[in-house]
Design a protein around this ligand. Structure first.
Ligand code: SF4
Length: 273
């Protein structure tokens, strides 16, 4: 029973219940949950508007460059057999090397290439590394990464089953939006990663990722809620997890987007516990 849970497990359970509550899934758990824990959660504000512990610099509508400043995507590369995809990705990583192709290398601690399964059916693309990612060399490992992990879990998948990358592989100073020169210089590597992994569904997290992938500058609202054809795969646009941390009310909208991805993948939500 929940009363016997250690503090870490208890907090993890609380976080999971908060997550599903924010999605609007209030009847998710069948197993009895500690009434005191539920009372504690019920007393919490449903929609915190600010996070004073760690300022989040990500803006939902960043000053992304006009269409004419976004380079056209390279031609789609030939398909790589599944057995060779890990090696093909490593070749791309080797080619990037200790990259100094754009100014972002100057503030870099660790280059963030990608994380996940080279044969993933589902791929997520974000904007660029933040402080935690720059320190660890992995994408989405900070608070936004925890939320992304929860989103992946709600889809019935594990993080290890998807592939995660960013438009730029080095952290922009102060988490600012990548400049066009930076995005245009780095994004060809992302396109090559996409061509190797060949996910069935690609999810663009936020306006910057959507802009560089689709080569179109539109408000996120105009891109969400539908399936775009992209490099032989299906592209779905949703909010960046960092934005969802700033405005948890939009988690329901993000969940609706992820359900489109699940439908395209033939996934059903995980069984109730
Ligand atoms: Fe190279 Fe990309 Fe880093 Fe720029 S952001 S230095 S292009 S790896």
């Amino acid at each position: 029973m929940a009363q016997s849970l250690d503090p870490a497990t208890r907090e993890a359970l609380a976080e999971r219940i908060r997550f599903y509550r924010d999605l609007g899934l209030t009847e998710f758990y069948r197993r009895p949950v500690d009434p005191a824990l539920l009372a504690q959660l019920a007393a919490e504000p449903e929609e915190p508007q600010t996070d004073t512990a760690q300022p989040i610099l990500y803006q939902e509508e960043p000053p992304i460059p006009p269409r004419k400043h976004i380079s056209a995507a390279p031609q789609i590369a030939a398909a790589v057999p599944p057995a060779d995809r890990a090696a093909a990705l490593q070749m791309i990583r080797d080619e990037i090397g200790d990259c100094t192709r754009c100014a972002l290398h100057k503030g870099r601690n660790k280059l963030v290439f990608a994380d996940g399964d080279p044969n993933a059916r589902l791929m997520f693309v974000g904007e660029g590394p933040g402080a935690d990612e720059d320190a660890q060399g992995l994408p989405f490992v900070g608070r936004a990464g925890q939320l992304l992990n929860n989103m992946i879990g709600a889809m019935g998948l594990k993080r290890e089953q998807v592939y995660i990358a960013n438009v730029v592989k080095c952290r922009p100073p102060g988490n600012r939006t990548p400049e066009p020169e930076e995005g245009n210089t780095c994004s060809p590597f992302l396109f090559r990663q996409i061509d190797v992994v060949r996910p069935e569904v690609l999810v663009a997290l936020g306006a910057t990722a959507a802009t560089y992938l689709l080569g179109t500058r539109q408000p996120l609202a105009g891109l969400r809620g539908r399936v775009h054809a992209f490099r032989g795969t299906k592209l779905i646009v949703t909010y960046h997890p960092a934005y969802l941390l700033r405005d948890p009310r939009q988690k329901k909208e993000a969940w609706a987007d992820l359900q489109i991805a699940m439908r395209e993948l033939g996934l059903t939500p995980p069984a109730r516990k």
